[in-house]
Design a protein around this ligand. Sequence first.
Ligand SMILES: NC(=O)c1ccc[n+]([C@@H]2O[C@H](COP(=O)([O-])OP(=O)(O)OC[C@H]3O[C@@H](n4cnc5c(N)ncnc54)[C@H](O)[C@@H]3O)[C@@H](O)[C@H]2O)c1
Length: 360
Amino acid sequence: MKSGLIVITGGAGFIGSNVASNYLAEGRRVLVFDNLSRPGVEKNLRWLQERYGDRLQVEPGDVRDFRGVLQAVRDADEVFHFAAQVAVTTSLDNPLQDFEVNARGTLNVLEALRTSNPEASLVFTSTNKVYGGLRGQRFVAEGRRYQPLDMGTRAEGISEQCPLDFESPYGCSKGTADQYVLDYARSVGLRATVFRMSCIYGPRQFGTEDQGWVAHFLIQTLKRQPITLYGDGMQVRDILFVEDLVRAFRAAQSRMDKVSGQAFNIGGGPSRTVSLLELLDLIEELTGQRPEVSFEQWRTGDQRYYVSDTRKFQAATGWAPRVGVNEGVKRLLPWLEEMLEGPASRHSVPLREPVEPLVG
Ligand SMILES: NC(=O)c1ccc[n+]([C@@H]2O[C@H](COP(=O)([O-])OP(=O)(O)OC[C@H]3O[C@@H](n4cnc5c(N)ncnc54)[C@H](O)[C@@H]3O)[C@@H](O)[C@H]2O)c1
């Protein structure tokens, strides 16, 4: 008998809380497993608790703790594994911790499912960083952005055919996890799929210089603080509004027989791209403010161009993104304004203490 339970590791985070809210709003039961190590995410949890009460179950825990993970996933119908060390910069400072959380943590989730609940379906969020610097592609500067020389790539983006080339400890740990998930589908028969995601943005993201750059740029602008651009600001990304991502997750879960054992590039695609400089232009247009900008050296693992070719996933599920860059940024702004201005006391529901992260 199916339990109907949705389990989300990292469920207090940006993407996790959006997915949780989507299911909870339909009356489904959701269990969030999170160690609350990302600053700010406790606000997401309070927001979910205030809105959905008892349908939300919160299990404070760390994916490095196998028993905790086993306990969390054993009654799940659908599992989303989002808990991760999410920043390339942090992975360079502490590669062992990065590996423990991202690689070992994912193996814990897979082993917990294999041994206790092999019928559950799993979506894992990998990253475009598994394709490294896109060796073999050449890019030229045009206006305020880089463009691929190859016209096919320019039209469609980077497909899953691109050779894997893990770069940075984060790229290696997420890439390892990505390959384990695919292999557990192949060798063990788990129902599991991998999303290799580009930049996701939207409400409930506490963006920083290290991760979540769209939100970070907006936050700095609203706070009248400067921004450092690493590189020349012409690097291009496709950006996907979180609401579109949630629809993609739902499409994957409901067609798991079709998507299991496969990896998909997921992002806004060629029609939803922006360079860092272009985003600053858009922010100025929307807010009338342009933050002070300084430039530093390129950072490890920073691709000059990355745009997802999402045609494989579109063909498998019929999904397509709906929210354009302008609309998405416009919709993110009021949430950030409220988050920056709103009194902390508005969130009155007490939280359990965060679990201390295990030493990596
Ligand atoms: N946001 C993006 O643009 C993007 C792009 C590519 C991939 N991803 C992947 O998507 C997933 C979710 O990202 P996000 O943007 O929501 O990040 P996030 O930092 O907002 O959420 C991650 C959550 O995991 C929790 N967490 C961290 N370490 C943990 C641990 N050891 N045990 C339990 N919980 C832990 C954090 O407290 C946080 O709530 C991550 O796996 C990330 O690598 C995100």
